[in-house]
Design a protein around this ligand. Structure first.
Ligand SMILES: *Cc1c(COP(=O)(O)O)cnc(C)c1O
Length: 393
């Protein structure tokens, strides 16, 4: 062998979505029309005012230079204004060490680099299971030990923090939470966040809340920010993403906010790694954050209709899926006697419907598969029809 990769690369499981994409391509190559309900990547366009802002900002020569390390002031101020307007949370948009807002090249970038800022070899990181894979993978990259917090249906897919053993809590540096949740579509109320903040305060743990879906709630549901808990910014940092609410996954823009110490430490990792998001993208993101609420509600209404027709169709096919209050996902139980991987594999191979097996998000996802609502209505209807037919002998 001519080159030898690091153990951390050799040991990491194949990135779930890359692996699934290969399988999907293989089935499609056999001439099967595959309906993609796997990856949560919005199918609708970015709002026109945001695209127009990018067009204009791309033409401004000063935007072509390296971005400000912590993000341009206009973006940080717009993020702080959004947090104040939407959650009543007041944040200092200034620079570290006191500043509380940091521009990110997407939430994924910030979540991964946060682990590098807080986790030394041997440290414990509390990671929900199932979960977005980034938290545990980067913990391993850093030589840390992910400790799995099972998310069980009986507890509303909230972790039981009282069940964390004292020696684990003592060694833990970060608690990751994510509500509204991917992949379970569960929500958390402020009372749960209060308990989580108290837990982190008691054990000197950083609470890292991934709020990627905080703006996708249905039937009037408005998800809270963990920073609404009084004093939370002492121990908590929250990650916001423009990807899902504004159909901007490819733009790579989000922000971290909350604990000044966490923001400053994350900024040190980033200053030594990337140089932040393109300033023209940050300035266009200001236009997104400033859009009237009605604009967002129009997009949520599209997902609500999809959620309703898909849950109705799945229930008619004998799959007892709950109607979620938030996110762009349905977390569906697999039929009795099947495993997640087995069922998702058969659905792809035999029905041409691509879903993600629950175990792709950790062993705690066994018994479930996830459907993403980022597909036009007609395709969702066709997928539901195929799933119903698939269930019959
Ligand atoms: C999509 C997603 C992200 C990634 O957000 P980006 O801003 O696009 O990097 C983060 N966390 C969760 C749970 C997600 O589902």
């Amino acid at each position: 062998m001519a080159v030898r990769v690091a153990d951390r690369i050799a040991e990491v499981p194949p990135y779930l979505f890359a692996e699934l994409d290969r399988r999907r391509a293989a089935v499609a190559a056999r001439g099967i029309d595959v309906i993609p309900l796997g990856i949560g990547d919005p199918d609708l366009p970015t709002p026109e005012p945001v695209v127009a802002a990018l067009r204009a900002e791309a033409g401004v020569p000063s935007n072509h230079r390296y971005p400000d390390y912590e993000g341009c002031p206009a973006f940080r101020e717009a993020a702080a204004a959004y947090m104040a307007r939407r959650f009543g949370v007041s944040l200092d948009p200034g620079s570290p060490p006191r500043g509380q807002v940091l521009a990110l090249i997407g939430a994924k970038e910030g979540l991964s680099h946060l682990v590098w800022a807080f986790c030394d070899p041997g440290d414990v990181v509390l990671c929900p299971d199932p979960a977005y894979p980034v938290y545990a993978v980067h913990t391993r990259f850093c030589g840390g030990v992910p400790y799995r917090l099972p998310l069980r249906a009986e507890l509303g897919f909230l972790p039981d923090l009282d069940a964390v053993p004292a020696d684990v809590a003592r060694r833990a540096k970060i608690l990751f939470l994510n509500y509204p949740n991917n992949p379970t579509a569960a929500v958390a109320d402020l009372a749960f966040f209060e308990r989580a903040v108290a837990f982190c305060r008691r054990h000197d743990i950083l609470l890292a809340h991934d709020a990627a879906y905080v703006e996708i709630g249905y039937d009037g549901y408005l998800a809270p920010s963990v920073l609404q808990v009084p004093g939370a910014a002492d121990v908590a940092v929250e990650f916001h993403s423009l990807s899902k609410p504004f159909n901007m996954t490819g733009w790579r823009i989000g922000f971290a906010c909350g604990s000044p110490a966490a923001v400053a430490a994350l900024a040190i990792v980033k200053n030594n790694t990337d140089s932040g998001p393109f300033t023209a993208v940050q300035r266009a993101a200001v236009a997104a954050l400033d859009l009237p609420r009605a604009d967002l509600e129009g997009r949520i209404e599209v997902y609500r209709r999809r959620r309703d027709r898909m849950t109705d169709a799945l229930r008619a096919a004998g799959i007892a899926v709950p109607r979620p209050q938030a996110t762009i996902y349905l977390w569906c139980p697999v039929p009795a006697g099947e495993t997640s991987a087995g069922f998702a594999g058969r659905l792809l191979e035999e029905a041409g419907v691509f879903v993600t097996p629950g175990t792709g998000y950790g062993p705690g996802g066994e018994g479930f598969f996830r459907i993403s609502l980022t597909c036009p209505d007609a395709r969702l209807d066709e997928a539901a029809r195929r799933i119903a037919a698939f269930g019959r002998p």
